[in-house]
Design a protein around this ligand. Structure first.
Ligand code: ZN
Length: 165
């Protein structure tokens, strides 16, 4: 396992639509292991493959909740969203230093493949639902900044430029 370099806002890979994985092989399992290690190293709760420079549909999640074991998910798709929406603070390992309240559906059902290529279905609420939506967004080139008002986004981008100096 190895910690990979996390790509930051401004890197074009973060804005690409990631390619589906055709076969869950050893290369993908190694990617999942590296992504988990990279996520823990950066003290995050989720990471998507584009964040380590690979435009593939792979995410890892560990919400540090007692009833949720860390997992990798290949080709994840949100197949159901609840009607209720919830506001919660989000940050992103690709935009360190910035946090903002983002409103999202409070419940989602996500389907994908596990690290052995077996189909899985995850019914998620609360933090897990939020993290899954945030990570699946990454696979479509969407960042949490895109989910806040234009006014807030401009403020965040100004702060980001200051932080980067
Ligand atoms: Zn993120």
């Amino acid at each position: 396992m190895a910690v990979r370099e996390i790509r930051l806002l401004g890197d074009p890979v973060l804005r690409q639509k990631a390619e589906p994985v055709e076969e869950v092989d050893d290369e993908i399992r190694e990617l999942i292991d590296d992504m988990l290690e990279t996520m823990y190293d950066a003290d995050g709760v989720g990471l998507a493959a584009p964040q380590v420079g690979l435009s593939r549909r792979v995410i890892v999640v560990d919400t540090r909740e007692d009833d949720v074991a860390p997992f990798g998910l290949v080709n994840p798709a949100i197949v159901e969203t609840g009607e209720e929406r919830e506001r919660g603070e989000e940050g992103c390992l690709s935009i360190p230093g910035l946090k903002e309240i983002v409103e999202r559906p409070s419940r989602v059902v996500v389907e994908g493949l596990d690290r052995d290529g077996n189909p899985v279905r995850i019914e998620a609420e609360g933090l897990l639902a939020r993290v899954l939506q945030h990570e699946v967004d990454h696979l479509d080139g969407v960042l949490f900044l895109d989910r806040v008002s234009a006014l807030k986004r401009n403020m965040l981008l100004k702060r980001w430029k200051k932080l980067r100096k």
